[in-house]
Design a protein around this ligand. Structure first.
Ligand SMILES: [Zn+2]
Length: 568
């Protein structure tokens, strides 16, 4: 018997009756489907979209799919596809939710005050952990253990910098980490020392990674699980339904896989194995083989391993990104992966048919990354139109961050079919002073060239790189579309010539992000056959002032047709 049930409650989905179809009408749906970008209604069945279109079409499709049809009136609300954060770190974001956030601290006094209050409020923590302090807030941009030793004298303190490429510890933390004055710098990293050779409490790149690995070893699997669940809940509340995780290791893979097996993974995760720079090429090639195995082991639409990730260089704030001309400080560091080390490993991954993602922030690193991909195509006889996984066109290798690259290299992204993965939130004017000072005005004028990349025909995708930055997508889109600050909107915009139209930016955070991980036929748009991942947003940010992106609310988040978050 055909049954029609009307629901006036605007925020309901067919949670329990998975065999029934649901019609969502009286909506303004941005579909991110170029063939039909807007629709007044859509229908869902079996966790997937049936169709988006006019009432008649949607009604016909729903009744053809199921005997039982539920109707939901969304009161004219804006619906967008579930956001895909194209560059994310899932378990570390969950862990960071417990840390004291220092991004708004503007002086050492403020940092010390926040850390002290956090320490007092959490007497049971073994470590006092913080995140996101800015170099500009530390005297001489040189943090030292001594600055923290008086703040917390009984427990180790570890505070990650806003760039997540360096960390600042107190003396007890140096001791707990086993770092002494005679500990040598690890390859690709630096233990900062004073004139007399004493470790001062600042750890860069792979030296910071040693500290993070230590913390990870001290964390129980129960805690890892809790971090993951905390991150998922926080992502649902802001409308994110998929993340591309750009740095998975054995522990995080195990944590995510366990959650999937336990039915706790209400989020889609596409993962990249984080390559270790340690050892010779043979060891790097063995990591590629392991990553290929992982793509076979984890291949569901809930958790899928897609490829590998290199951290080719550092970051501009710390003058560790690989640049062609020296920083204004005179520094000109080597990359972590030089072209000679990179090229054979990128070629092996390309030949094996897995995706390569390259963190490359300085112009010289971007050039080396593009060169390595071009070399891989040459030696493998592949190319941007060679088939990728499942015979779909394109290798879809990607360069992560895109902060400063040689304008002459911009056309190479489209030519090589390389995805440009950018985090607008890193271009927030409130955190750009040091960045711009390190590069100088001429190079800064080319910072975060979003519109220039799009104009060149490149595929652009947006993410946040959380926990290095806040992960709420609507403020991230505010920065992308205005180049103004989400932290202090009164600041002048950051190179507004690279602002993007909002509907384009939304597509880069949904449909294009799905394309970037070979999921455009399953994710990223409100279109037939795609998983029914969508978000109800209030107010309609596509018609209000851009400022409304900063305070708009996510009313509901739906993953696979199932409501996973409702406001209030
Ligand atoms: Zn990252």
């Amino acid at each position: 018997m055909r049954r029609l049930r009307m629901r006036q409650d605007a925020l309901v989905t067919s949670d329990t009756e998975r065999s029934s179809a649901a019609i969502y009408r009286n909506v303004k749906a941005f579909t991110a489907d170029p063939s039909r970008p807007w629709a007044p209604a859509f229908a869902v069945h079996g966790g997937r979209f049936l169709v988006a279109g006019c009432d008649e079409e949607v009604t016909a499709a729903a009744h053809a799919a199921s005997e039982e049809v539920e109707e939901v009136d969304l009161g004219g609300g804006l619906v967008i596809p579930g956001i895909i954060d194209a560059h994310f770190h899932l378990t570390s974001t969950g862990e960071s939710l417990q840390r004291v956030d220092l991004v708004r601290a503007r002086s050492l006094d403020e940092i010390q005050g926040l850390v002290s209050a956090h320490a007092k409020a959490n007497p049971n923590l073994h470590w006092v952990l913080g995140k996101s302090w800015l170099f500009d807030s530390v005297p001489g941009r040189e943090p030292t253990a001594a600055m923290l030793d008086d703040v917390e004298s009984t427990r180790p303190v570890l505070l990650d910098a806003n760039d997540f490429h360096s960390t600042w510890v107190n003396s007890l933390a140096l001791e707990a980490l086993g770092i002494t004055d005679s500990t040598p710098d690890p390859a690709g990293g630096r233990i900062a020392r004073d004139a007399s050779g004493r470790a001062t409490g600042f750890l860069e790149e792979t030296a910071a990674e040693l500290a993070w690995a230590h913390l990870e070893r001290e964390t129980t699997s129960d805690r890892h699980r809790q971090h993951l669940l905390d991150a998922i809940a926080a992502l649902h509340a802001v409308g994110v339904t998929t993340v591309i995780d750009m740095g998975l290791g054995p522990t995080s893979i195990e944590t995510i896989a366990h959650a999937e097996a336990a039915g706790e993974l209400d989020l889609r995760v596409v993962g990249h194995w984080l390559m270790s720079r340690e050892g010779p090429t043979a060891q790097h090639l063995a990591q590629v083989s392991r990553a290929v195995e992982l793509t076979h082991l984890h291949s569901s639409d809930q958790f899928r391993m897609a490829g590998i990730k290199f951290i080719v260089d550092g970051v501009i704030d710390g003058c560790t990104a690989h640049v062609a001309e020296p920083y204004t400080t005179g520094a000109m560091p080597d990359p972590i992966w030089d072209y000679e080390a990179l090229a054979p490993v990128v070629a092996a991954a390309d030949e094996a048919g897995i995706q390569v993602a390259l963190h490359a922030i300085g112009d010289a690193a971007v050039k080396a990354a593009l060169d390595a991909i071009e070399n891989a195509y040459r030696v493998n006889g592949t190319g941007p139109s060679a088939s990728g996984p499942n015979g779909v066109e394109g290798r879809r290798h990607r360069i992560e961050h895109i902060e400063y690259c040689d304008p002459a290299d911009i056309p190479r992204f489209a030519q090589l079919g390389v995805t440009a993965s950018m985090q607008p939130v890193h271009a927030d004017p409130a955190i750009q002073d040091n960045w711009r000072a390190m590069l100088g005005p001429e190079r800064s004028a080319h910072g975060f060239p979003a519109a220039a990349l799009v104009a060149s025909g490149a595929r652009l995708v947006l993410g946040t790189d959380a926990p290095t930055a806040p992960f709420a997508p609507l403020p991230n889109l505010f920065i992308a579309t205005t180049r103004r600050s989400a932290l202090d909107p009164d600041l002048p915009p950051n190179e507004p010539k690279n602002a993007l139209p909002l509907s384009d930016a939304l597509a880069y955070a949904t449909a294009h992000a799905a394309w970037s991980c070979f999921a455009e036929d399953r994710l990223g748009s409100i279109a037939p056959g795609r998983h029914a991942d969508f978000v109800v947003v209030d107010p309609d940010v596509t018609e209000s002032d851009p400022e409304r992106l900063l305070d708009a609310a996510v009313l509901q988040t739906v993953v696979g047709g199932r409501s996973v978050y409702r406001k209030g």
